[in-house]
Write a protein that binds this ligand. Sequence first.
Ligand code: B1M
Length: 234
Amino acid sequence: MADDDELDLAALSDEELVEQMHADLYDGMKEEIEEGVRILLERGWQPYRVLTEALVEGMRIVGIDFRDGILFVPEVLLSANAMKAGMTILRPRLAETNAPKVGKIVIGTVKGDIHDIGKNLVGMMLEGAGFEVIDIGINNPVENYLAALEEHKPDILGMSALLTTTMPYMKVVIDTMKEKGIRDDYLVLVGGAPLNEEFGMAVGADGYCRDAAIAVEMAKDMMARRHNVRAAAV
Ligand code: B1M
């Protein structure tokens, strides 16, 4: 028999369950998050809704208390771990698509920065939209980006940064691409919480993506435009 103190997540209404998942994410309770995600999916929730309403919103709350010094790195790491466990369940469902491959993207977090939840989410959503995604991970110096571009010949380079101290590194990457004469061979998209449109323009990116859904829209749109320009040229 279940312990009296143990909460039966399946007995909660959708609203109560989502609220409980925010609390569980806050407390870094990986198994409870996994269970919550499964329950919502069984109740017919779309994977994207589970992702945004239960997980991303929960992480937003964690971010506020992290900023205010109520939560510290070890606790936030547990939250991140629980979030990733939930994302692992959602990933194949978000990627379930029979769409033909629409393009290829290399994506990575810049040097000095180890935040990867947002980047992973963008990658998952792009996969779901039919992109081939090559994820080069975190803490990437310019050499890693250049090597990945050379090896994979993608259509798009995506860069993520979550710190005000690391976001300027995006310009280092783009300027190096310019020096090597390869800047215009790729579309460059940037994203991350501290960035904005103006910053994206200032570093010389083709687009700034506020969130994963916009990243998908922008990537698809740019691929279509590129295709049309090429078609018009022949
Ligand atoms: Co960090 N951290 N952190 N952290 N952390 C922030 C970013 C911070 C805002 C917290 C705060 O103070 N409120 C703050 C930055 C302040 C600043 O620079 N102005 C901060 C800090 C200070 C730090 C440390 C310096 C703390 C310390 O050590 N004292 C340290 C730095 C480590 C380093 O990188 N060198 C640090 C460490 C960590 C953890 C390791 C504990 C953990 C990361 C775990 C991991 O990622 N594996 C962590 C976390 C989890 C956060 C918060 C709480 C959550 C980030 C997150 O995952 N959000 C964050 C607070 C916040 O952002 N509000 C914070 C959820 C995710 C879905 O959103 O990443 O924004 P996001 O991604 C979105 C969009 O931004 C966009 O789409 C995504 C999906 O919609 N997007 C892209 C992101 N990348 C994109 C790329 C694209 C397109 C769109 O390419 C095309």
